[in-house]
Ligand binder design. Structure first.
Ligand code: KG4
Ligand code: ZN
Length: 334
């Protein structure tokens, strides 16, 4: 079958493969999450992650092909995350992708993981209209940017310390809620009230940068002072403080540009408080919000294949002479 790309993602702790057609329809999406393996350590253990990728990668690819009803040699290309991410984890995906590319005789396209998060908005129902204001909120990055086309990006602001996802994960760890912390804090916070007074760092700063380490420290201080505090209330209060900052910066950026849409991508885009605020922003400003479909906010293979299509598809493939790029920057060619 022509016109299908297999996307492979192994940059952190999820082993993922998906099949996506040129019209960005997702025909199969398989993710094997390593949650329990890392949970007891309170964070991802790189060596453990690469070992699990090694045993998971081929079954995950096989399931994706099976669900899409396509045989490997009939694909148009394979796309794989080259970076940024954990070196060992990236290597597993890249090695598997190279072997399959040779075995099936099809091209291989390296992809920048951050570009792939940006591309994930194109998998949603709302078409992304440019210029687009982008909020990337993942475990590794927090950034506001302007996009004038699918690959034309200029950064407007970023975090000065922790990313939003990292702040969720670290705060969850302080409360012994397990890893990753975002989904747990989201769930528990929905049953609490944001009644605890926490700082909103850089809320009124003139730029579009953010900082979450002060907020994280304030949560730690609160826990020391009031160890019996109600966990759902603390989750709700922390989320409200963090979202107040993101909301404010988003509105400020929106005012300064001629944006046709807002796209919000990365794991934290799954957060229900953020989604409610975006709905309110959309209603009050009449601007379209573009997000990945539910379940494709966190790392997955579909966004890797989507990024490969947006970068030119199989024509963009350049051979197998590339390695892992753990520190690949946003916007850097993969
Ligand atoms: O984009 P992603 O899968 O990985 C990176 O590329 O970093 O994002 C993972 C991050 C984790 O920090 C996780 O705690 C956070 O996204 N996350 C959430 C939610 N779901 C995932 N944070 C807040 N609320 C959620 N519902
Ligand atoms: Zn990611």
């Amino acid at each position: 079958m022509a016109g299908l790309i297999l996307g492979i993602e192994t940059s952190c702790d999820d082993t993922a493969a998906a099949v996506v057609s040129a019209d960005l329809r997702v025909h199969a999406n398989v993710v094997s999450r390593q949650l329990e393996a890392h949970d007891r350590y309170g964070g991802v253990v790189p060596e453990l992650a690469s070992r699990i990728h090694t045993s998971e990668i081929m079954p995950v690819v096989a399931r994706a092909l099976d669900e899409a009803g396509v045989a490997g040699p009939d694909l148009s290309a394979i796309a794989v995350t080259r970076g940024p991410g954990l070196a060992g984890s990236l290597l597993v995906g890249i090695s598997a992708a190279k072997a399959l590319s040779l075995a099936w005789g099809i091209p291989l396209i390296p992809v920048n993981h951050l570009d792939a998060h940006l591309a994930s908005a194109h998998l949603g129902d709302e078409p992304v209209a440019f210029p687009c204001l982008v909020l990337l909120v993942s475990g590794g990055h927090t950034m506001l940017a302007r996009m004038d086309g699918p690959t034309a990006l200029s950064v407007l602001g970023r975090t000065r310390d922790d990313s939003a996802g990292e702040a969720f994960d670290k705060v969850a760890r302080m409360m012994d809620l397990g890893y990753p912390g975002g989904p747990v804090i989201d769930r528990l916070g929905a049953t609490g009230t944001p009644c605890i007074d926490l700082p909103r760092p850089m809320l009124h700063s003139p730029d579009l940068d953010v900082s979450f380490s002060g907020l994280k420290t304030a949560v730690a201080r609160h826990l020391r002072a009031e160890p019996d505090t109600a966990v759902p209330d603390l989750c709700a209060s922390f989320t409200a403080a963090l979202m107040d900052v993101l909301d404010k910066k988003l509105r400020k950026a929106l005012k300064a540009g001629d944006y046709q849409s807002i796209s919000v991508v990365g794991g934290v885009a799954a957060n229900r408080v953020l989604r409610a605020r975006l709905a309110a922003l959309s209603a009050s400003r009449g601007v379209r919000i573009c997000m990945p479909p539910r379940g494709l906010e966190m790392d997955n293979g579909a966004m890797i294949a989507a990024a490969a299509w947006l970068a030119g598809g199989p024509e963009a493939a350049g051979g197998l002479r590339f390695g892992a790029a753990p520190n690949l920057a946003l916007g850097a060619p993969a």
